[in-house]
Every structure is written in structure tokens, then in C-alpha cells.
Design a binder for this molecule. Structure first.
Ligand code: HEC
Ligand code: HEC
Ligand code: HEC
Length: 396
């Protein structure tokens, strides 16, 4: 008799009402309450950070970063770049610490973006040098040979043969270098390894060398040039200039070290995200490039009289204060960015040493030493090459 009598829960209206409310509640909690609670915990900047607008100076006028932000918005960079590190998908391992709500409190309108054709930029501070950014904005293929990012040549002007950044480009770079400044140290630790991790060099083979050549074209030619002589597309912008690899002999282990660690303070990035196999292939390729330097450089070092005179030039000019007595940079100087080079692990052509003495390495602590001339230069070349540690690299 009650078979035909519907119970309340089966009435269509009831089902609709409960389902409607239920889903509304669910989305309210999931999309409103949840994010609100998790974000409200990060609304206020930590105490040690001054609550100051990073885009204005004391008078309330826009500063370089503020003007750079306008350039970023006007150029539509946000079409391809997000600025929010999400707490999902291991993003913090790629980009750095998860974004906090307070970090964007002065970003009106916000620049979170919706698409990531390029990488997230919320943690750009501490990642790249200024010269890297200039070269990259002028032509992204100069620093990243396979990049699909468009050129922004109109942010630069031509002076004679070279390109120089306009005020707009300088402002934009100031803005980029300030993105995520509060977490700069964490990002630095992520991007610049402090020690090399490897199982050791594999046996050098033809296949490795070939793979190395491919990888060099893919990652390195924009800065180092196809021949490795530092004459890549980016050459107008890089200070210090990309190393001219044809002027030096580097053991594979040393190339591996440089590739893994990068050279902080210069545009030379760390390639530690490549596989170990690829890094050794590149190391072999770069090493092979300098092979011709090895013999003549060691011949210079065989002239013991010149070496002894060169030692005196080295002492008189206090080179050891930065490069060390025995060609190993003292720990205190490792903090220079870029750091002085270990002569224990390098051989140079005499011409290159003369060039460095005449010009220094602009953009680094390496000043020119124009007082060192003539015979002294040759003696110095003999001495520096005598510091090379043959014991360690006796494989060849
Ligand atoms: C069509 C999409 C696109 C546009 C528009 C674009 N980018 Fe990119 N961007 C990319 C891609 C792809 C990469 C990754 C390859 C590379 O590094 O060039 C990238 C990389 C970058 C990087 C390097 C991040 C890093 O540290 O590795 C920066 C900085 C950058 N872009 C800034 C900008 C700025 C500033 C603008 C506007 C002036 C802009 N981008 C416009 C696609 C774009
Ligand atoms: C964005 C530009 C840039 C890219 C890309 C780049 N380099 Fe460099 N590289 C430099 C600069 C600049 C230096 C000089 C750093 C310094 O003086 O501390 C350098 C230095 C080096 C050195 C050190 C030479 C020495 O004696 O210390 C080696 C080796 C090297 N790069 C190899 C490579 C290889 C291999 C690649 C590609 C996987 C590469 N670089 C990609 C800019 C770049
Ligand atoms: C104030 C510290 C300092 C002093 C003093 C100094 N250097 Fe350097 N030197 C550096 C730094 C830093 C670099 C790394 C520059 C770079 O990144 O290319 C360097 C690099 C070099 C290079 C290698 C450049 C390259 O491309 O690999 C040579 C050669 C060199 N120095 C020789 C000398 C000699 C010889 C003296 C003494 C006459 C000397 N240095 C004194 C700091 C110093």
C-alpha cells in the first residue's frame, strides 16, 4: 500500500535542491574558502621585510623597476610568462619557493599571467646576470640558441657596429632582477650548485665527441660562437665576454666542473640540469677544441729560466693574492663573482695571456696590467703554464 507513496528523498525537487546546494557548497569551499584560508596565511610580509612599494622611490615617483613593470605590461610579456609559483607539480624544485600573497601586493594590475609558453618569472632574481638579460632581450637566440621567444630589438639602439640597451631595456632588466627578490638566496642555491656531483669521467669515444658537437650547437654557440672563439650572437652584450675556448687547454674534469657550476656573476649558466652523460660529451668536445694549445703551452713551461723570471713577475704584481701561489685560488677569493681561474687546471696560449694583461677581463675583478711588457709577458706565459698540474691529467 505504501509502494506508490514516494519517500521525501526521492522527490525530484528534493534531489535538485540537495544536489544544487551540495555542489554550490563544494565549489564555495574548494574555490573560495580553501584558497582564501591558505592565502590569508601569507598576506602579510615577514617582519624583517620593509613594507615598501618596490616600484616607487621615497617621493612616490616610479623608480626603474616601476617603469620596467610598465614595459613588461606594454610589451605583453605576460602572454607567455606567468608570475606565480604554485604549490603543485614540484614547481618549487624548478622555480624556487612557492609564491606568497604579500609578494604581489603592489602588483596592480597583477601579472600572474595565464599561460606558460616561457618559464615562470616570479623567481627571476638571483638566476641570471644583467648582461645575460640584455643579450636575451635583444635576441633570445643569442643566449638560448633554440628559443622561440621573439626579439625585442626596439628596446636597443645601434651605436656604430654595436647594440646598446635603451633606458627602457635598463628599466625592464631592473624589474626582472627584482622579481622574487625576497627569496633571492634560496633561488641562488637552487640555480648555482656549490659542488660537483659526478660518478667520474667515462672513456672518451667518437660517439661522445659527436654528441658533444650537437649539444654545443644546441646550447652554447649563441655566446661562444660556432668555432668556440667567443664570437657568438651575444658578443656585444657579454661582460665578461664568453671565454674564447680556442685559446686554452682544459682537462675534461675542469670543463665538467665549469659546466656543472656555471660562473656566477657572469652570463655563463650552470648546465647541471643536463644529464651526466651529456655533460661529459660536452666536456670532451670542449676539451678536444683546445687540444692544439696543449703542446706549445707545455713547451713554454719547459723553459725553466723563463719560468723562474715569470715567477718573479707574478710575485711582483701580487697575482697570487687572487690566483694563489700554486695556481689554486685561495678560498677567500672564491667568493669573487666571477671567481679567479685556477691555473692548476688550465693551459693558455702566450697570445691570450698577453691579451689579458693588456685588457684585463672587463666586467670582472681582473684588471689590466699594462706595466707588464715585452720579455716579462713571455716569462709570465711560461710561468702560468708551469702551474698546470700534469700529474692529475696524466691520461694523455
Ligand atoms: C611568444 C612567447 C614569449 C613572449 C611574448 C616573451 N617570452 Fe620570454 N620566454 C619565452 C620562452 C619560450 C622562453 C624560454 C627560452 C628562452 O630562455 O629564451 C622565455 C624565456 C624568458 C626569460 C628567461 C628566464 C630564465 O631565467 O631562464 C626571461 C627573463 C624572459 N623570457 C623575459 C621576457 C620578457 C621581459 C618579455 C617581454 C619583453 C618576454 N619574455 C616575452 C617566450 C616568450
Ligand atoms: C649566455 C652565454 C653563455 C652560454 C649559453 C654558455 N656560455 Fe660558457 N661562458 C660564458 C661566459 C661569459 C664565460 C666566461 C665566464 C667567466 O669569465 O667567469 C664562459 C665560460 C665558459 C668556460 C670556461 C673557460 C675557462 O677557462 O674557465 C667553458 C669551458 C664554457 N664556458 C663552456 C660552455 C659550454 C660547453 C656551453 C654550452 C653547454 C656554454 N659555455 C654556454 C657564456 C656562456
Ligand atoms: C684582484 C684579484 C686579481 C688579481 C690581483 C689578478 N687577477 Fe687574474 N683574474 C682575476 C679574476 C676574478 C679572474 C676571472 C676573470 C674572468 O671571469 O674571466 C682572473 C682571470 C685571469 C686570467 C684568465 C682569463 C681567462 O679568460 O681565463 C689570467 C690569465 C689572469 N687572471 C692572470 C693574472 C695575472 C698574471 C695576474 C698578475 C699580473 C693577475 N691575474 C692578477 C682576479 C685577479
Amino acid at each position: 500500500m505504501s509502494a506508490t507513496k514516494e519517500i521525501a528523498a526521492e522527490k525530484p525537487m528534493f534531489v535538485l535542491l540537495v544536489a544544487g546546494f551540495g555542489f554550490f557548497l563544494l565549489s564555495f569551499v574548494g574555490m573560495g574558502l580553501g584558497p582564501w584560508i591558505s592565502l590569508s596565511a601569507t598576506m602579510d610580509p615577514p617582519k624583517e621585510i620593509a613594507d615598501a612599494n618596490p616600484y616607487r622611490d621615497e617621493n612616490g615617483d616610479k623608480n626603474a623597476a616601476g617603469r620596467g613593470r610598465d614595459v613588461y605590461i606594454n610589451e605583453g610579456c605576460w602572454h607567455c610568462h606567468s608570475q606565480f609559483v604554485r604549490p603543485v607539480a614540484n614547481e618549487e624544485f624548478r622555480y624556487g619557493p612557492v609564491s606568497q600573497a604579500w609578494e604581489s601586493m603592489y602588483d596592480v594590475p597583477n601579472t600572474f599571467g595565464t599561460r606558460r609558453i616561457g618559464p615562470d618569472l616570479a623567481r627571476e632574481a638571483g638566476r641570471r646576470s644583467d648582461d645575460w638579460h640584455y643579450a636575451h632581450l635583444w635576441n633570445p637566440r643569442s643566449t638560448v640558441p633554440r628559443s622561440i621567444m621573439p626579439k625585442y630589438t626596439w628596446l636597443f639602439e645601434q651605436q656604430g657596429e654595436t647594440w646598446v640597451p635603451t633606458e627602457k631595456a635598463k628599466d625592464l632588466v631592473a624589474y626582472l632582477q627584482g622579481l622574487g627578490i625576497a627569496k633571492k638566496e634560496e633561488v641562488r642555491k637552487l640555480v648555482w650548485p656549490t659542488r660537483v656531483v659526478t660518478a667520474g669521467a667515462p672513456i672518451a669515444t667518437e660517439a661522445h665527441a659527436k654528441r658533444g658537437a650537437e649539444l654545443f650547437a644546441k646550447h652554447c654557440i649563441g655566446c661562444h660562437g660556432e668555432k668556440g672563439d667567443g664570437m657568438g650572437l651575444a658578443k656585444d652584450f657579454l661582460k665578461p665576454s664568453a671565454a674564447d675556448i680556442t685559446t686554452r687547454y682544459l682537462p675534461r674534469e675542469e670543463v665538467f666542473r665549469v659546466l656543472f657550476m656555471g660562473s656566477e656573476g657572469s652570463s655563463m649558466p650552470s648546465f647541471s640540469e643536463l644529464t651526466e652523460k651529456d655533460l661529459w660529451a660536452l666536456a670532451q668536445y670542449v676539451h678536444d677544441m683546445g687540444k692544439e694549445v696543449r703542446k706549445p703551452a707545455l713547451a713554454l713551461a719547459a723553459n725553466t729560466a723563463a719560468v723562474e723570471r715569470g715567477r718573479e713577475v707574478y710575485r711582483k704584481n701580487n697575482c697570487a693574492s687572487c690566483h694563489g701561489e700554486n695556481g689554486m685560488v685561495p678560498p677567500a677569493m672564491e667568493g669573487l663573482k666571477p671567481a679567479p681561474k685556477h691555473f692548476r687546471d688550465r693551459l693558455y696560449t702566450a697570445d691570450y695571456i698577453k691579451k689579458v694583461m693588456a685588457e684585463g677581463r672587463p666586467g670582472t675583478a681582473m684588471a689590466p696590467f699594462p706595466k707588464i711588457k715585452g720579455q716579462e709577458l713571455d716569462d709570465l706565459a711560461a710561468f702560468l703554464n708551469s702551474l698546470f698540474d700534469r700529474q692529475q691529467y696524466k691520461e694523455e
